[in-house]
Design a protein around this ligand. Structure first.
Ligand SMILES: *[C@@H]1O[C@H](CO)[C@@H](O)[C@H](O)[C@H]1NC(C)=O
Ligand SMILES: *[C@@H]1O[C@H](CO)[C@@H](O)[C@H](O)[C@H]1NC(C)=O
Ligand SMILES: *[C@@H]1O[C@H](CO)[C@@H](O)[C@H](O)[C@H]1NC(C)=O
Ligand SMILES: *[C@@H]1O[C@H](CO)[C@@H](O)[C@H](O)[C@H]1NC(C)=O
Ligand SMILES: *[C@@H]1O[C@H](CO)[C@@H](O)[C@H](O)[C@H]1NC(C)=O
Length: 502
């Protein structure tokens, strides 16, 4: 179980790494180039900073991969030297009558060398074409600056002589008309035609020459052997560099491979390896140290806005405990909320909400969260006696003036007891004696008890004594008129005692 969990976690982390904005130098595997600068060209995966083959792998096979060439392999530093034209963008001259368009330029870099010209829908040869007497041309955009050494062209199985004479031009800018001569050929062409063309270039222009038959050419595959050409002059002095894969390290804020370009927006740091945190309004961070000049998005903290004040929550099984319930107060205890970002305890607090039956919740107490305890308590006063209450605790996160409730606890109910009756205030005592008798009576009149509303008073007991006596006597309870709970009716209640002796 634990092991499975670990594997799942690992996969999540890897996926996250690959989809993050920060640029990697070498892809991990040939299937996952993503935003990496260099593709991985190893059979069993690549070292992500050096590009070297790992797990005993070797350089992958290169395109075109046919029985004729017996499967080329990438070679050189990090397997980055080989056919750099494969799957790149190609264009070509098309004659005004439409010839050439059916056999698009891209077919010369599709990795397939089949020498049959094929048709509109199938085939693997490009066919640059022009008006009779003009030079057909074909251009590949290598996508970056490469150091190339030779060009190998797979000929058609018909009209082979069209590759007898041609020139190769090179150019470093998208202005495709400005090419400098790199190689020319003038020899009977066979199945495979090769030319030395040593150059640092971004584009390669194949151009037919030689009248009168220069208006068309069949290019079943154009292979350009080379590697990336990277200048080392902007690398930090302490880094090592070569022209194939560039600087091994760039100063913060600069991108590999050559440390000339600033980090892409949203990334920062050494080699632009870090993703910005959550800067306010989605603004990018400083490319050097990642700090957010505009401040953080809400609930994010620190200079780089990567610390998140997560939303606290209780499970519904987390219910507050109540203790020391009196007629007007209660002690409420609850556990620590879940999902609190550790180290940010001061950004959390609790509110105890209490409501009387039929009423609505009122916040009765605010308690700061702290990491010193996992048990919080609050003594709530001001309750009504003899009342049913519900209590719940709500966790909050706060930042500056902002605060937001998380998920509250479940609800606990309790009831306050009745209050003890007050000693009633005696309003009047009327003594009456019977003439000629030693008997008399006393009327004791007292005010209505204040504790009305709670029907828990069982009896009123009257104590009396002679002034000279030290012991109190009490009137038997069953002789005192019972107390009623209804305040509206009884402002004043008179209780008449019958007789007593003195
Ligand atoms: C060819 O290039 C396109 C875009 O440049 C890319 O999406 C595709 O994966 C490449 N195909 C291969 C087989 O490398
Ligand atoms: C081009 O590459 C070749 C072989 O990899 C190397 O000998 C040559 O010095 C490179 N040229 C430049 C200008 O870097
Ligand atoms: C390719 O080179 C040939 C000869 O150098 C030139 O005539 C042609 O215009 C070039 N193609 C482009 C698109 O510049
Ligand atoms: C090719 O070479 C032959 C003989 O050396 C020469 O006559 C011809 O002009 C050349 N053609 C081109 C296009 O250079
Ligand atoms: C913690 O809170 C964050 C949002 O603040 C949420 O995305 C995450 O799912 C929460 N985790 C748990 C375990 O509740």
């Amino acid at each position: 179980m634990t092991r499975w969990l670990l594997v799942a976690l690992l996969v999540t982390i890897l996926t996250y790494h690959n989809t993050s904005g920060a640029r990697c130098r070498f892809a991990r595997s040939s299937a996952s180039q993503g935003s990496c600068i260099f593709p991985c060209r190893c059979t069993n995966g690549c070292h992500t900073t050096t590009g070297q083959c790992i797990n005993g792998g070797q350089c992958t096979a290169d395109k075109p991969d046919t029985p004729t060439d017996l499967g080329w392999r990438w070679t050189g530093i990090a397997c980055q030297e080989g056919n750099v034209a494969y799957n790149k963008t190609a264009s070509q001259s098309i004659d005004p009558h439409g010839w050439g368009g059916d056999y698009p330029a891209g077919r010369a870099v599709d990795g397939a060398t089949n020498p049959a010209i094929g048709s509109k829908t199938s085939g693997s040869c490009a066919h640059p074409d022009t008006e009779y007497g003009q030079n057909a041309w074909w251009i590949v955009d290598l996508g970056a600056t490469f150091n190339i050494s030779r060009v190998i062209i797979y000929n058609r199985n018909e009209y082979k002589a069209r590759l007898n004479t041609f020139t190769l031009g090179v150019g470093g800018t998208p202005e495709k008309t400005k090419y400098t001569h790199c190689a020319s050929r003038n020899r009977t062409a066979g199945t495979i035609v090769e030319a030395q063309c040593r150059s640092i270039t971004h584009y390669l222009n194949f151009s037919r020459t030689g009248d009168p038959d220069s208006y068309a050419a069949g290019l079943c595959e154009v292979v350009v052997i080379g590697h990336r050409h990277i200048t080392c002059s902007n690398c930090p002095s302490t880094s090592t560099c070569n022209d194939v894969i560039g600087c091994d390290r760039c100063d913060p804020g600069k991108q590999q491979p050559d440390c000339t370009k600033d980090c892409e927006s949203g990334t920062y740091g050494k080699n632009c390896e870090e993703d910005c945190g959550h800067c306010k309004d989605g603004k990018p961070c400083d490319i050097t140290d990642g700090h957010c000049t505009t401040g953080c998005e809400k609930w994010y903290k620190s200079d780089i806005c990567k610390t998140y004040i997560s939303s606290p929550r209780f499970a519904s099984s987390d219910k507050p405990d109540v203790d020391r319930i009196s007629s007007s107060s209660v002690t409420v205890r609850w556990p620590s909320a879940r999902n609190i970002t550790s180290g940010l305890e001061t950004h959390y607090y609790y509110t105890v909400w209490i409501k009387a039956e039929g009423g609505s919740y009122k916040d009765m107490s605010k308690q700061p969260h702290t990491s010193n305890t996992d048990r919080f308590e609050s003594h709530i006063t001001g309750l009504q006696f003899n009342t049913h209450y519900s209590v719940k605790v709500e966790p909050y996160r706060q930042q500056n003036e902002l605060s937001e409730a998380g998920t509250s606890t479940g609800v606990t109910t309790f009831k306050t007891p009745c209050i003890a009756p007050d000693i009633p205030t005696i309003k009047n005592v009327v003594v009456s004696t019977q003439a000629g008798s030693n008997k008399g009576s006393i009327d004791v009149i007292w005010e209505e008890l204040k504790s009305s509303g709670c029907d828990n008073i069982e009896a009123v007991v009257i104590y009396y004594k002679r002034q000279s006596s030290t012991t109190w006597k009490k009137v038997p309870i069953n002789e005192v008129t019972g107390h009623k709970s209804d305040t509206a009716e009884c402002q004043l209640r008179r209780v008449r005692r019958e007789t007593y002796s003195h």
